[in-house]
Design a protein around this ligand. Sequence first.
Ligand code: SF4
Length: 265
Amino acid sequence: MDMLGLEKVLTKKVGRAIGRFRMIRPGDRVAVALSGGKDSLTLLEVLLLLEKRAPIDFSICAFTIEQGKFLRPIEPLRAYLQRRGVEWAYFHDIPSFHLIREQPEHGCDLCSRYRRRAVYEVVSGLGANVIAFGHTADDFCEAFLRNALFTGKLSALPAVTHSRDGQFRLIRPLVYVTEDLTQAYAEAVGAPLVPCGCNQKTGTVRRAIRDLFARLENEYPNVKQNLLSAMGNLQLERLLDPQYLDLDGAAGDASRPDLLPVLEE
Ligand code: SF4
């Protein structure tokens, strides 16, 4: 797909997510969390395109939290954002550096908690009320399977949520965008990617789930799209949470032949 084709697909998918979940509203100032990877840079570029075309007014800025894990200098990113005219805050999170020194084997939970605190601090300074993260359709699908298979919950990631004090709306506009698209787009625009040296990402469970998807997609290329559709199309009466079941027949089961196969199984 050429650059124009990629932009068309990406703006359509991101626009759909923004509209469906009311992610961006008039007057918002959206701070994009740039991790140095292909996904968040693609997100920034797509939001910049939508900013020009959208019927509502909103503004965009960006930030990066330095936790001591980047493998390459961040300077090319600074130059790139200057050329793009994007206000960017680059925040050294000192407590994260202490964490690396004192607990080098820390896991993602602790690392994310440190980052979250730093994010709220830096975003306040940028005057933003919305924080946009670059989690993709792949992240949603992997989180869904991980939660179902390893924690016994049916859940993925929140497409929209709010900080505990209600100050910030947290959004994930790439929910319908798969990583083959972000990869192709980041390459096409020549985005200066700054890799993270963290080895936690290759944890066994995560790798197993990625491998499982890769094997399935070889034969059934739409499995991720189908899983995303399933997440937005719940049939609660066919799951096992009693709070959603009509245990006393108040809804009149006799008139619901579609329930019979369930009873017979
Ligand atoms: S993958 Fe690394 S940088 Fe990302 S949350 Fe986990 S520990 Fe932190």
